[in-house]
Design a protein. Structure first.
Ligand code: AHR
Length: 378
């Protein structure tokens, strides 16, 4: 009898083991399709392996399998306060909390470094590549390489002018900024009874679309109005560059100029130092009308003080729009090919009228007050 009971128990155990094994098979089968079942599997001894695998690079697009979306950003460099704000905008948006893993490369204004950075991003299997192109040309080959690898590229700020192989561009209309500067100067000079304009321009980096657009826009109005542009030289978008160019202008054009156009705020800071040293007065009530682009908060303080007459905004906060573009691409939608940032024209005095019309569009001139400064994000 004992033997029979033992045999019966052994038989029951074998049957029970068969049932367990069959149940396990079902769990494994459904685990590949069902999140809840996968979570259940995580309670087994294999859980560590499962978790480890989840952090490995599978080469899949991040959002599709719950991983972080890998974004490579080839930034121009760190030449200006504007650039610092642009970098911060990206670092604030492309965080792990927001579902991203950001690889950031400061290309230090070197186009060869920027092309290498993009190619490294391709090799690293980025899900998306963001490029702020140092120069506007020379892009088609590397953008074709991105396209061949199926990696969408989003261009920000400056434009790529020799290729359309990118999903979307988010940035500024630099020619409009230059035109706005010219239209404001026309209105301001008329209101002040200034009949002759002799301008000096401190340009940004050669080949950058920001430089090309601002130069073209201002020159278009200068040519139309019969103004003289005495000189236009490269200040590289830096404070040191602006100071160096202005020092040489102060020597070469002493007493001949009444307008200085700096193509960004840092150049304007340098130009102020040079004019201070040369005994040239500028701004409201000065000998020289001083104008800038970017409208960083520190520069707007100078507009409020009357040291800068006007500042035409270039908006560096592109990253939230890029985030929206990526979300659209993740959802299989087609984003807008061109997305323009909102930008404001800031002035020190309310003397040129409340608005200017640029390319047929009327836009407010905003006099910088403490309230305006308090509302500035960067
Ligand atoms: O491309 C935008 C320009 O580049 C900004 O005006 C300048 O400050 C920056 O360095």
């Amino acid at each position: 009898m004992k033997k029979f009971v033992a045999l019966l128990l052994a038989l029951m155990m074998v049957l029970a083991m068969g049932a367990c094994s069959s149940s396990g098979t079902t769990t494994e089968d459904t685990a590949t399709n069902d999140t809840a079942t996968t979570d259940d599997a995580a309670t087994t001894d294999d859980a560590a392996t499962t978790d480890d695998a989840a952090t490995e690079d599978t080469g899949d697009t991040g959002a599709a399998d719950g991983e972080l979306i890998k974004v490579g950003f080839a930034q121009v460099g760190h030449e200006s306060d504007w650039r610092t704000a642009s970098t911060k905008s990206a670092q604030d948006v492309f965080t792990a909390e927001n579902g991203y893993e950001l690889s950031f490369v400061d290309c230090d204004n070197d186009s060869a470094v920027q092309l290498d950075a993009v190619r490294n991003f391709i090799q690293q299997g980025m899900d998306y590549i963001i490029i702020d192109p140092i120069v506007a040309t020379g892009w088609d080959t590397v953008l074709t390489e991105c396209e061949d690898e199926g990696i969408p590229v989003i261009v920000i700020d400056r434009t790529v002018d020799d290729s359309d192989k990118y999903a979307s561009w988010v940035g500024s209309n630099f020619k409009t900024e230059g035109l706005a500067c010219g239209e404001w100067l026309k209105a301001y000079a008329a209101a002040q009874g200034i009949t002759e304009i002799n301008a000096l321009v401190i340009e940004g980096s050669t080949g950058a679309s920001a430089t090309i657009g601002r130069t073209e826009g201002f020159k278009e109005i200068a040519d139309r109005e019969g103004w003289t542009i005495l000189d236009s030289q490269n200040g590289d978008f830096t404070e040191a560059g602006g100071q160096e160019v202005m020092e040489s202008y102060c020597q070469s054009y002493k007493g001949q100029f009444n307008v200085v156009i700096c193509q960004n705020d840092n150049e304007a800071y340098g130009a102020m130092t040079a004019m201070d040293q040369a005994g040239v007065t500028y701004g409201v009530g000065g000998d020289v009308i001083l104008v800038s682009f970017d409208a960083n908060k520190a520069a707007l303080e100078l507009v409020k003080e009357g040291k800068l007459n006007a500042d035409f905004e270039c908006n560096p906060m592109a990253a939230p729009d890029v985030d929206a573009v990526i979300k659209q691409l993740e959802a299989g939608e087609t984003p807008e090919k061109e997305i323009y940032m909102n930008e404001t024209w800031f002035v020190a005095e309310d003397v040129a009228g409340a608005t200017i019309t640029v390319d047929g569009a009327e836009q407010d001139l905003v006099v910088v007050t403490q309230e305006v400064l308090d509302a500035r994000p960067y």
